[in-house]
Design a protein around this ligand. Structure first.
Ligand code: GTQ
Ligand code: FE2
Length: 319
């Protein structure tokens, strides 16, 4: 029986009001076990790290059992283990994966509303990502973009396997709902033209050159942005630390995944330290101060949700 205005008028006490509200699918906003708003961000995702040496061996094993007929992608999702039951995001807003395409193999073309990028770790000559009909060379240290709804597939025409890292904003799409995905009608999109200077490619050579001319942001530390921003939802920055240099990053609402493009050292999050080497992945969720130290000259790619946060004025320091 539906609740009438007269029922509310007749309520004799608070409990009777609560009983009526429950029958209308309404929760009172003043007496809840958990508040809906609170003064400062809560911490759920914690820092985590993955080793490329381990991931590479896992991909080689997968290469023995999983072919590109069976798999849309031969990839390993870096699900952050610090949140109980988490099977997908690396940080709240982003996911990273390792992927391998064998020598002579192709990964079929598709498109999706998720924005994606790759950091190339190992390739022979003539490994390509095909983006909207153009072959983009994949060389170690390159960062390649596949923006929202662009066709993309991978074609490894080299004599050795190709390994890289993928980064996607899929967790934002899971939250907001605008998920679309389709296969290319021709399986692998035909492409003959090689586009080495595509706006979707930031070659490592060009990144190194730009960093050499960039101003210091801290002693021995330089930083550039790739694109402005690279993707609507994802910002890309590369930091170069000289041997022995340190980088402090304050606590903020930014969520990022860091990937050393070269070098090695240690990253410490409020006292919890991870040694890192080239190709590793380090999840830096919101709410942790970071201290990076380079043991040799080190290039770090930072993949973050900065454009998404700044657009909404949600990028803030956390005291
Ligand atoms: O290479 O297109 O790791 O669509 C996850 C989803 C890679 C890709 C991933 C993808 C891709
Ligand atoms: Fe994709």
């Amino acid at each position: 029986m539906s609740v009438t205005p007269q029922d509310f008028a007749a309520a004799a006490n608070m409990q009777e009001l609560y009983d009526l509200l429950a029958r209308c699918n309404v929760q009172n906003g003043w007496n809840k076990p958990e508040p809906s708003l609170w003064p400062l961000p809560t911490i759920d995702f914690k820092p985590a790290a993955w080793s490329y040496a381990q991931a590479r061996a896992a991909l080689d094993a997968a290469g023995r059992f999983v072919n590109t007929e069976l798999a849309e992608r031969r990839n390993l999702i870096l699900a952050n283990p610090t949140v109980a039951g988490n099977l997908y995001p690396s940080v709240k807003t982003l996911v990273a994966a390792y992927q391998m395409v064998k020598a002579g193999e192709q990964a079929r073309s598709h498109r999706h509303t998720a924005n994606a990028l790759r950091l190339v770790l190992e390739t022979g000559e003539n490994a390509f990502t095909i983006v909207d009909g153009l072959k983009i060379p994949m060389e170690p240290g390159d960062v390649l973009l596949t923006p929202n709804w662009s066709w993309h597939g991978h074609s490894n025409e080299a004599t050795s396997n190709a390994y890289w890292m993928d980064f996607l904003d899929v967790p934002m799409i899971h939250l907001n709902g605008p998920m679309f995905f389709e296969h290319h009608p021709e399986k692998v999109e035909p492409a003959s033209e090689i586009s080495a200077d595509s706006p979707n490619r930031f070659s490592f050579a060009q990144t190194r050159e730009r960093l050499a001319g960039a101003a210091e942001v801290a002693p021995g530390v330089r930083r550039i942005e790739l694109g402005a921003p690279a993707l609507r939802t994802i910002g890309l920055h590369v930091y170069r630390l000289e041997a022995g240099a340190r980088l402090h990053v304050g606590k903020s609402t930014l969520s990022a995944i860091w990937a050393p493009m070269q070098g090695r050292g240690e990253a410490s999050f409020d006292g919890v330290a991870f040694a890192f080497a080239r190709g590793d992945a380090i999840a830096a969720p919101l709410g942790f101060a970071q201290n990076w130290r380079a043991e040799e000259e080190t290039y770090l790619l930072r993949v973050s949700d900065e454009p998404f946060l700044t657009k909404n004025e949600w990028l803030r320091e956390i005291p």
